[in-house]
Write a protein that binds this ligand. Sequence first.
Ligand SMILES: NC(=O)c1ccc[n+]([C@@H]2O[C@H](COP(=O)([O-])OP(=O)(O)OC[C@H]3O[C@@H](n4cnc5c(N)ncnc54)[C@H](O)[C@@H]3O)[C@@H](O)[C@H]2O)c1
Ligand SMILES: O=C(O)C(=O)C[C@@H](O)[C@H](O)[C@H](O)COP(=O)(O)O
Ligand SMILES: [Zn+2]
Length: 360
Amino acid sequence: MQTLSVELPERQYPIHIGPGLLERGELLTPHIAGRQVMIVTNETVAPRYLERLKAGLADYTVAEVILPDGEATKTLASVERIWDALLAHGFNRRCTLIALGGGVIGDMTGYAAACYQRGVAFIQVPTTLLAQVDSSVGGKTGVNHPRGKNMIGAFWQPKVVINDTATLATLPARELSAGLAEVIKYGLIRDEAFLGWLETNMSRLRALDDEALSHAVRRSCELKAEVVVADETEQGVRAHLNLGHTFGHAIEAAMGYGSWLHGEAVGAGMVMAAALSARLGWISETALQRTERIIAAAGLPRHAPAGVEAERLLELMRLDKKVLDDRLRLVLLQALGRACVTDEVADTQVRELLVGWPRQ
Ligand SMILES: NC(=O)c1ccc[n+]([C@@H]2O[C@H](COP(=O)([O-])OP(=O)(O)OC[C@H]3O[C@@H](n4cnc5c(N)ncnc54)[C@H](O)[C@@H]3O)[C@@H](O)[C@H]2O)c1
Ligand SMILES: O=C(O)C(=O)C[C@@H](O)[C@H](O)[C@H](O)COP(=O)(O)O
Ligand SMILES: [Zn+2]
């Protein structure tokens, strides 16, 4: 097992990484407040992993909420189901919520914990690659609104993150690719050497090679933790973690959440961001082609969805949380391994890119 520490100014929490950690109750128990534990998971993950997690919690009062699966369920109504269950079980403010599942479950459970009785403890036990490398770390929690992605939420950090890499063995290939999008993102925004490693090892990662996956999870968590520690509430550098997301979130919302996975939309969005960076002369054509190649090698799309007009995407992009004073603020690349935030790109340039972008 490897352990990293997220050293925030006023608190720290560990990220444990390794195979078979799910049953190791001793990793959870030091972080559980009180005796009441609510595990939140979904109908796909529960039959595979719920009993194994519960086995390590024999000394606690454990209740569970099993939600339906899918991005379309990342709503306030689902979070209300968690609050209803907490109240029905008489859980008090010393209870602990555990998120067992992908980013959808993690984001909703974290938000439920942030609000329940004005804030209770929560633990992340992520079971997708995307959740292990990104959503479980850093404390962004929340739900979607029909008008925009992650529009309702709170910053609420977990007490511990338990990354059991053995759970990735049951992940469908499409979900693995979605997780690889966020892994590639770290290389693109702040570590060109890691990007090179990913180029060399992409087929090992897609074949679920243990050693390669553990390295990718560890390096991604290190890079994410560095950014979160520097800027917990996204006043500055944390926005770099949004590379491709202004485009990607617009695609997800335009498609009604779920037909395109978050990682797929971000994969295409990162190619769009790289293309815009190349048009501005900030990165070379070669760097753009390298970006396109690695996105394709990860099994991710570079096209946009069919039937979604450029104007609709632009309208949704204008709802992005980074917009300030009515100006789009985009994360672009100054080099491979170096991101920046800019409000210097005119809507006409973005529209031109989207109009000409290949469709599915
Ligand atoms: N909070 C953050 O910082 C942050 C970062 C990135 C993404 N996100 C959010 O995360 C969500 C995407 O997360 P995701 O990609 O994990 O999607 P997800 O939570 O929908 O999980 C993907 C699918 O895999 C299934 N699954 C989970 N673990 C499995 C396993 N071990 N074996 C088999 N199937 C398994 C799930 O049931 C689901 O069908 C989006 O809502 C996105 O906005 C949040
Ligand atoms: O942790 C962050 O900060 C991120 O931006 C990580 C993203 O991968 C993630 O998708 C996040 O949920 C996006 O946040 P949002 O604030 O753009 O909704
Ligand atoms: Zn993301």
